[in-house]
Design a protein around this ligand. Structure first.
Ligand SMILES: [Ca+2]
Length: 319
């Protein structure tokens, strides 16, 4: 895929509806109660009036329900809980991230800093988006793609998939998009994709401004605590927004080509039009904890296969 013509994500909230069933049955029952044994004319007239009124309400209610749900709902997915969306058969959860602003990159005095992390930018992400709660696992990748290329199969199917290239990761996103659209579970205009580098750092920081989003050993599998392998996702402490393993375990492909930061105020950055390396973020089970700093940048050629690199799913506007 070329990044030429790429537009920043225009992510949309869940629009899955829930049909409200007409209340015909309960209304019929209510009207029946009015036919009591008094036999009085006044009472029968009152009951008839009530029945007429309720029948009118029932008809109005039915029309309203029909008008609000013009599409057949037999195959509609269950409504998501606020703030999360789940692909049930994959047990893949995405967390809602509200639009907002943050400072991207690191200050000159941050220990272990790389100069590629500056000059810092005041980034505005103008649209909400959705991001995987965890890295994509071996089981999830195999269920969609039919293969499991991972080196660390002994870590289990809940460990992150690795030895997937940027091209493989995008193929996964496209195939999952096609599958969910065909099943009627993905609203028109939305597509699964990789997060931009800015979206990734925004979610990784989760409102923090320091080197790390939390205590590194509690949050990340890195070289001194991993035992030389990946680990099942979600075992380490999540960040403040609920994301697990953003630092450590596996590096995560992002959509952008590598480019130098421009500094200043930037809206919805998505990297340069073209480049040599796709971005990957967060460090891995094999690297020093400093590469799990929120601002640390890594990358590789789009076809690179490496047992330290996997990815995390994002949901955005089709492009
Ligand atoms: Ca990670």
């Amino acid at each position: 895929m070329s990044s030429s013509g790429f537009e920043p994500y225009a992510l949309k909230s869940a629009r899955w509806g829930q049909r409200v069933p007409p209340r015909t049955e309960s209304l019929r029952h209510t009207v029946g109660i009015g036919s009591d044994r008094t036999g009085g004319c006044a009472w029968r007239l009152l009951a008839a009036a009530v029945a007429t009124l309720l029948a009118s309400v029932a008809a109005t209610d039915l029309i309203a329900a029909t008008a609000a749900t013009p599409v057949a709902v037999a195959s509609a997915p269950r409504p998501p809980e606020p703030g999360r969306r789940v692909i049930d058969d994959l047990n893949l959860e995405l967390i809602h991230v509200a639009a907002g602003s943050f400072t991207m990159g690191s200050p000159h005095d941050e220990p272990e800093r790389n100069k590629a992390e500056g000059p810092r930018m005041q980034v505005t992400l103008s649209r909400e988006f959705w991001l995987g709660k965890t890295e994509v696992t071996q089981a999830q990748y195999e269920a969609v793609m039919g293969t499991n290329p991972s080196t660390f199969k002994t870590a289990g199917k809940d460990a992150p998939v690795e030895r997937v290239s940027w091209i493989d990761a995008m193929a996964f996103c496209r195939k999952l998009t096609e599958r969910e659209r065909a099943a009627g579970r993905l609203p028109e205009g939305e597509a699964f994709t990789l997060p931009t580098e800015a979206q990734w750092e925004y979610a990784c920081r989760a409102g923090t401004t320091g080197s790390y989003a939390g205590e590194p050993d509690a949050m990340a599998w890195h070289d001194t605590n991993s035992g030389g392998t990946t680990h099942p996702v979600g075992l380490k402490r999540p960040n403040a927004w609920g994301f697990h393993d953003m630092p450590g375990n596996v590096l995560e492909w992002c959509y952008d080509w590598y480019g130098d930061y421009r500094g200043g105020a930037v809206k919805d950055p998505s990297g340069p039009e073209r480049g040599h390396y796709r971005m990957a973020r967060g460090g891995s089970w094999r690297t020093d904890a400093r590469l799990g700093r929120s601002a640390a940048r890594s990358g590789g050629s789009a076809g690179r296969l490496d047992y330290t690199i996997g990815f995390r799913l994002a949901l955005g506007a089709a492009r």
